[in-house]
Design a protein. Structure first.
Ligand SMILES: [Zn+2]
Length: 292
């Protein structure tokens, strides 16, 4: 098994993929039709299928190793979840947990779980099914949920099944959850940055060490085409105006010569450097391997 890894100074980041699929872009980003995507040559291959114009959409966790800490950022969809209205994420039976273990992030090894937000495809492996009970998958980890994010979802009607009940509450009931601010510093090298809009308490994850920098987007952007079109909203963005403003300020902040942007749903290389392009930005994956 080949895993994609990034060494950011003293921090090592590993991508563990649950699944990568070709999706019609407009299913996530209404403006992202095949015709529109095929006009952006820089996308074709790494981030979009050059024949069909479909986007490469990935569900993966970024696993960060810093000293004795093993931090998992976002836990994908999970196995055996009941997900009415979202069939692609329901009833899965993947070997994700085996691959996590091979990557050195087995259930007993993980020290922290960060959810960039509490959507269905970011909390799934928080729990797994033991008998007929949902139990925390990582019993030695602290589960860091955004306080503002939890305040939103604790009362919001759920449309994709009982996500709170099967993937969040069991961690709270087990005493493993901590409600945190969106600028929490986990350690010297890793901290959260608020990037609201997609959801009210959404945050991204920054990693910085010895002059090396990376940022994990979460869902402030679903596909790199949104760096060229920051005003192209994602269907599930809760506050579309705030999400657009966040995409713009994010691209301005990280358009430099070295910060690696790690996309939470980007397929293929899943990353790149932001560069100015045609009045906006593009994501340049040159030099990073294309690993689904
Ligand atoms: Zn997502």
């Amino acid at each position: 098994m080949t895993l994609q890894t990034w060494q950011i100074g003293e921090a090592k980041i590993t991508k563990v993929t649950e699944m990568e699929q070709r999706w019609p872009g407009f299913a996530v980003i209404p403006n992202a039709t095949p015709e529109a995507l095929l006009q952006h040559e820089w996308l074709l291959g790494p981030f979009a299928d050059p024949k069909s114009g479909r986007i490469r959409l990935s569900f993966h966790a970024y696993c960060i190793e810093v000293g004795d800490e093993k931090i998992v950022v976002d836990t994908c969809a999970g196995n055996h979840k009941v997900r009415p209205n979202f069939e692609a994420l329901g009833g899965l039976e993947t070997d994700f947990l085996d691959r996590m273990t091979e990557a050195g992030f087995g259930p007993d090894e993980v020290t922290a779980v960060v959810c960039t937000h509490l959507h269905v495809d970011h909390v799934g492996w928080n729990t797994n099914l033991v008998g007929d009970q949902w139990r925390p998958t990582f019993p030695r980890a602290r589960y860091l949920f955004g306080a503002k994010e939890w305040a939103h979802w604790a009362t919001e009607p759920q449309v994709y099944g009982d996500v709170v009940g099967d993937s969040i509450r069991p961690c709270i009931d087990a005493g493993l959850a901590e409600l945190v601010e969106s600028d929490l510093r986990l350690n010297e090298l890793v901290w959260l940055e608020p990037t609201p809009g997609h959801t009210p308490g959404h945050h991204s994850v920054r990693i910085s060490s010895n002059g090396h920098d990376a940022v994990i987007t979460g869902d402030l952007v679903h596909h790199p085409v949104q760096f060229h079109h920051p005003d192209w909203s994602s269907e599930p963005d809760v506050d579309k105006a705030a999400a657009i403003a966040t995409r713009r300020s994010f691209a301005e902040r990280y358009c430099d010569d070295h910060t690696i942007v790690l996309g939470t749903h980007f397929g293929g290389p899943s990353c790149g450097l932001l560069k100015p392009h045609d009045g906006a930005w593009l994501l340049d994956p040159t030099g990073f391997p294309d690993i689904a």
